[in-house]
Design a protein around this ligand. Structure first.
Ligand code: ZN
Length: 345
């Protein structure tokens, strides 16, 4: 990006009410068959239009074609039984009924590549596409086949790499892997989590990002955050190894969080998507509040590597709130961009 402080979102945006129940995760579709396919494409166009009109520089599909950021990818794989569900504890935090791995996992066909091609046709702006990361995928499943989290993560990394290479060929500029699990399973992150992530991005020539957050603004997550104390130092565990990894961009939660900003120093050299929008509140940030967060981050990341972003996806928010937050992000980034260009003269 030539533009300083290019803005983007972590990924998901609210869906229109005619497509799915609003403010709900895993919300069932309201349309079926061909009408659903057409509805998803229409929603993708709306999400793109909302980002563009708010002044967002790096746009996405707003995850309009997926029910959930992990489940939808898994649904397209063989070796996973969706009828045979088990209750597991996701990220050591909340119980969910999830599908079971019953055999060798394989990607029979591409998952999001048609959607990415469709988005590419609609815009000349840079596109970012989010995929679940290997560690977060295994944490959203019950495995009765491999019986090893690490082994299954390596299998998923291979399938994600196949998908990522096709997304790149479809014209995606940045491929992002969502790894909220990196904030929870620190030993595994360092043993094999970052290694499997690097396997997923092997051979890619486009830019790559990893998004590590404290989750959507749902109750299970906000309750968990209350137990984390006054300083959230989880990033400290993964950052030293991430700094040495081949990933280009690290996407973080910073707005209204208790993450000490100086932890960003540990990934010096990487581009940083600084979360300057809190997705756990309906209150829309002022541009000045966004600018303030970005200024604080500038002490630890060079201006040409700072990418203003949201803390996490905005799928569970009311659509009008998400729109307000997109505009605040854009306006806040513009304030700091102006200050930086003034400083150059
Ligand atoms: Zn997130």
């Amino acid at each position: 990006m030539n533009k300083l402080l290019p803005t983007s979102t972590a990924g998901s945006l609210p869906k229109p009410t005619w497509l799915a129940q609003p403010e709900t995760l895993w919300s069932p579709w309201k349309l079926h068959g061909d009408a659903l396919l057409e509805g998803k494409q229409d929603a993708l166009c709306l999400a793109l239009q909302e980002q563009s009109s708010a002044g967002i520089d790096i746009v996405s599909d707003g995850e309009q074609t997926r029910q959930h950021f992990v489940t939808t990818f898994i649904e397209h794989l063989s070796g996973v039984d969706f009828e045979n569900r088990q209750t597991v504890r996701i990220r050591d935090r909340y119980d969910a009924s999830v599908p079971t791995v019953v055999g060798t996992v394989a990607r029979r066909k591409s998952v999001f590549v048609d959607d990415a091609r469709f988005l590419r046709k609609q815009t000349r702006q840079p596109i970012k596409w989010a995929l679940p990361g290997p560690m977060t995928m295994i944490d959203t499943l019950y495995d009765s086949h491999y019986k090893s989290r690490e082994k299954l993560a390596w299998e998923f990394a291979v399938l994600l790499n196949q998908e990522a290479r096709e997304l790149e060929a479809a014209g995606v500029d940045i491929i992002q892997f969502d790894e909220p699990a990196f904030n929870v399973f620190f030993d595994e992150v360092n043993d094999w989590g970052i290694a499997t992530l690097e396997r997923a991005l092997e051979g890619l020539k486009c830019e790559t990002a990893v998004h590590i957050c404290y989750g959507y603004g749902i109750k299970a997550n906000t309750d968990w955050k209350k137990t984390l104390g006054t300083e959230w130092r989880q990033y400290e565990k993964a950052f030293p190894k991430l700094q040495k990894s081949s990933i280009d961009i690290v996407s973080l939660e910073c707005q209204n969080s208790r993450v000490p900003m100086d932890l960003i120093e540990l990934i010096r050299g990487k581009k940083v998507m600084v979360g300057a929008i809190d997705v756990a509140t309906h209150a829309v940030e002022t541009p000045e509040a966004v600018a303030d967060t970005l200024r604080k981050a500038l002490a630890f990341v060079d201006a040409d590597k700072l990418y203003p972003c949201t803390n996490c996806g905005m799928a569970p928010l009311p659509r009008s709130v998400a729109q307000g937050k997109l505009r605040a992000l854009s306006a806040g980034a513009a304030i700091v961009r102006q200050e930086l260009s003034g400083a150059d003269q």
